[in-house]
Structure formats: C-alpha cells, structure tokens
Design a protein around this ligand. Structure first.
Ligand SMILES: Cc1cc2nc3c(=O)[nH]c(=O)nc-3n(C[C@H](O)[C@H](O)[C@H](O)COP(=O)(O)OP(=O)(O)OC[C@H]3O[C@@H](n4cnc5c(N)ncnc54)[C@H](O)[C@@H]3O)c2cc1C
Length: 301
C-alpha cells in the first residue's frame, strides 16, 4: 500500500460513497489482464469525487483515472492511487428516448449501443463494438471507421484537479484523432451529455452488421488492449505493415501478434507490464527499420 493511498484511506474511511481496496489484485481491471496490484478507490457519487480530487490536490497526491482499462496497461505494482467511477443511472432511463442524454461517465458503451440498436439512434453507430466506459471513450475520442464519439458529445461535466465542477459545451473541434483537447492532467469526467440526432430504422441494421464485421476481424474473445499502435494516416496503417512483414503469430513470452488483426497483441494470461512493453518496443523498432515510420503507441502506459 502506498503512502498517498494511506492518507486518502484515513480521510475517507467513513465516506460511504468511496469503496477502498488497498493492495488489491487489479488483473480484472484492464482488458489486457496483466498481473497487477494497487490501491483502488471506487467512487459512487459526484460530490465525493469532488472532495477526493480536492483532497488529492491539497495533499499533492497524483492519481490514475481508470475506466474499463481497455486502453490502459497496468504495471505490476501501480504506485499511484487509482480512481475508478461507478455511478448509477436510473434503470429505466435508456428504455425510452430522451431529448438529449445525460449519462454517467462510468456507463459501459455496450449499454448505449443496445439503446442505439433499439431506437436506431442516428450517429451513435460511431462507437459500435468499442469496449469502454463513456468517460474513457470521450477522453480518448474513441472511434471506428464510422466516425468518432467526439461528434456526438454536446457537453462534458468534469472536476478540475482542485475539485471544482466544470460544465463545458463541446464541438468536434474540441477533439482530435484519439484525444480530447480540453482536459488537463488530473481532470476527471463524471458526466457526459450525448446528442439525440433523431432516429432511422437502418441504423440498427448498420450497427448489427458492423458488430459482426468486428467479431470476424478482431480477437475480441482474447485478452488485448485493442490496437497497439496509432495509424500514421489512412494509408499508413501499422497492422497493414505488420501483415506484409508476416508478423502475425509472432510471439514473445506471454504475448503474440494476433493472426486475426496484426495491430492487436494477444496476452496468454501470465504476462507482465514490462514484458508487453518490451515486446511493443521490439515491434516498433522493426516497423521503423522496415518502413522508416515511427508508429506511436495507442495504448496508455
Ligand atoms: C478489443 C478492443 C477493441 C478496441 N477497439 C477500439 C476501436 O475500435 N476504437 C477505439 O478508439 N478504441 C478501441 N479500443 C481501445 C479502447 O476501447 C478505447 O481507447 C476506450 O476509449 C478506452 O476506454 P476505457 O473506459 O477502457 O478507458 P481506460 O482504458 O480505462 O482509460 C483510457 C484513458 O482515459 C482516461 N480516463 C478514463 N476514464 C476517464 C474519466 N472518467 N475522466 C478522465 N479521464 C478518464 C484514463 O486515465 C486513460 O488515460 C479497443 C480496445 C479493445 C480491448
């Protein structure tokens, strides 16, 4: 258990809205399922999140914010306290259409896709099949060939490092490829308002078809963190180059390059952060050597 986690625990031990799990096994908290241990603070209400960020600011405590961990590699021993949100949404909220959608950052995109299929929500197809919480998806401006989630966001509510609540109206200009341009380090999104752009029957079919394509082309039943490298441009795609190099199936220790999609690294189950980073470094150097392109890591580490 880290000193900072100790301090937080002492201060918040009677706060019912913060679940504290110290020196906890974090394997299940990222989709890559690396061996990992750390101090986890699961926050259930926004007021408590504000208090927690303020406390961390006043005590100069840094932290890591975790969504579903679908784009996050966790170290064997995570030194920083981890903040994870688990906010409730009224269980009937997504049974009906809303004018616009005020949603907790912790909601799983899969639930939103179900709503999109049910009503044919125009524009909501862009995040089809992305494993993520809404907060993580907005932070990353997650997207597919169909578009990016940034196009759908009306406003974002977040806490600053100092624990101040901000509500920011946003447009697609506040996002770039796989990033947002408005959050500063340590700021935590707790709510997102998504647009209702109207409904069209065909959208439901489009989402179902796209899900089927993803199921075929990506190793979705394996432990991965999605695409390992960012694409340099539409025509300069890391997976495509790795395909040409015949790297599918190439393995090192507990990891291998997927046969299904060469930009995915599959984890067999017992690997660690340093092993996967070593593997990624190796692949990155090979790509540079063969094609002269330095592909950036897409995954946070
Ligand atoms: C099988 C698979 C397929 C994938 N396919 C795609 C795809 O098609 N397109 C795509 O874009 N991505 C894809 N990804 C990557 C991943 O799903 C996205 O990056 C997603 O946005 C991560 O969301 P998360 O909730 O898991 O965030 P995490 O991975 O937990 O965190 C990602 C970043 O967001 C920050 N963050 C998380 N929540 C918050 C919050 N509430 N406030 C502030 N910061 C926050 C974290 O600190 C971290 O920096 C895929 C991943 C997998 C495993």
């Amino acid at each position: 258990m880290g000193k900072s986690a100790d301090l937080i625990k002492e201060y918040f031990s009677t706060n019912q809205d913060i679940e504290i799990k110290l020196n906890f096994n974090l394997k299940k908290y990222s989709t890559m399922r690396l061996k990992s241990q750390g101090d986890l603070f699961i926050v259930k209400k926004s007021d408590s999140l504000g208090k927690l960020t303020k406390f961390c600011f006043e005590n100069k405590i840094q932290y890591l914010v975790l969504g579903m961990g679908a784009n996050q590699l966790l170290k064997e021993k995570v030194e920083l306290p981890i903040i994870k949100l688990d906010f409730e949404l009224d269980e009937n909220y997504l049974d009906e259409l809303q004018k616009s959608y005020s949603l907790p950052a912790s909601i799983n995109l899969a639930k939103l896709s179900s709503h999109a299929i049910k009503f044919g929500m125009i524009g909501w197809e862009v995040f089809t099949g992305i494993p993520a919480t809404l907060g993580g998806a907005v932070f990353m401006n997650a997207g597919t060939n169909l578009g990016e989630i940034g196009e759908l966001v009306e406003s974002v509510k977040y806490f600053t490092r100092e624990g101040k609540k901000i509500e920011k109206k946003v447009t697609f200009k506040d996002f770039k490829y796989r990033k947002n341009l408005f959050l500063h380090p340590g700021e935590i999104i707790y709510e997102v308002v998504l647009k209702n752009n109207g409904q069209k029957k065909e959208i439901s079919e489009k989402i179902k078809k796209y899900l089927a394509i993803r199921n075929e082309s990506q190793p979705l039943s394996k432990f991965t963190c999605g695409c390992t490298f960012k694409n340099s441009s539409e025509i300069c795609r890391a997976g495509h180059y790795l395909d040409i190099m015949g790297m599918q199936g190439f393995s090192s220790k507990n990891f291998k390059i997927s046969h299904q999609h060469a930009n995915f690294i599959v984890h067999f189950g017992n690997g660690t952060y340093s092993e996967v980073i070593g593997f990624m470094d190796f692949i990155q150097k090979e790509l540079k050597l063969q094609y002269g392109v330095e592909f950036e890591f897409e995954v946070e580490h």
